[in-house]
Write a protein that binds this ligand. Structure first.
Ligand SMILES: Cc1cc2nc3c(=O)[nH]c(=O)nc-3n(C[C@H](O)[C@H](O)[C@H](O)COP(=O)(O)O)c2cc1C
Length: 220
């Protein structure tokens, strides 16, 4: 499916278009017998002939939410740049430029990632909490705020809450407000879940209409 999507995308964009097909690849899902670094290497090799310009590495799954710094396998747990060891491994053989996402906030962490041969870094949480981060970097300043840590023992719930906290900050910024990183995880999670349920209900109601108009277009 991945290869089909990439090939179909490539087919409709101009050859000079820097393929914004940044395929986000799970470097490891931390499940026994699951997707591991060797599988990631094979997928990268399969993507090479398709003219992909960039492969984004991240990792984890909702059962083992390593992307929020909470993998089931504690050996790989690291407070920053969660997947750097995996990226270092892949970068030696990857024929394609790699981007690494996950736990990158501070400048020296970003530099460490780039020094490892990774071409680009990706950041989700950091700019949601510190939207003026690029400006700060230019002035030699760091992000001085962090999201309130989620100390819940249920890893899946804690991961959902961490993501809800980020979404919550993004919504505040979108409304023209300032982030409030100290928001309690439950205060972010509950409204986010309500919003998601609402969006899902609307999507389910819209789906048959979209299908009908697609059929009508096709019949015309
Ligand atoms: C609100 C939110 C939604 C996300 N959705 C996805 C997703 O749909 N697919 C995915 O691969 N990763 C998703 N992620 C994971 C991020 O892409 C990223 O790997 C993760 O946030 C770690 O990077 P960070 O430490 O810079 O935030 C999401 C993260 C957040 C906070």
């Amino acid at each position: 499916m991945l290869l089909d999507v990439v090939a179909a995308t490539r087919a409709v964009v101009s050859p000079s278009f820097a393929v914004a097909v940044a395929v986000k690849l799970n470097s490891a899902d931390f499940q026994r017998g699951g997707f591991g670094v060797d599988d990631a290497r094979r997928v990268i090799a399969m993507l090479e002939p398709l003219d992909v310009d960039l492969v984004e590495l991240s990792g984890g799954s909702y059962e083992s939410p390593a992307m929020t710094g909470r993998p089931a396998d504690t050996r790989t747990r690291s407070r920053e740049a969660y997947f750097l060891d995996l990226a270092r491994d892949l970068v030696t053989t990857s024929p394609l430029p790699l981007m690494l996402t996950g736990g990158i906030t501070r400048r020296d962490t970003a530099d460490r990632v780039l020094d490892s041969g990774v071409a680009l870094i990706g950041m989700g949480t950091a700019p949601a909490v510190t939207p003026d981060l690029p400006e700060r970097r230019r002035n030699g300043r760091e992000a001085d705020r962090q999201l309130r840590p989620v100390a819940w023992t249920d890893k899946a719930l804690a991961s959902a809450a961490s993501m809800a906290q980020v979404r919550h900050q993004m919504r505040r910024i979108a409304r023209g407000g300032a982030p409030r990183p100290g928001t309690h995880p439950a205060r972010a999670l509950l409204p986010e879940q309500r919003l998601q349920r609402w969006a899902l209900r609307h999507y389910r109601a819209w789906l048959p209409t979209a299908e009908t108009s697609r059929r009508l277009d096709h019949d015309e």
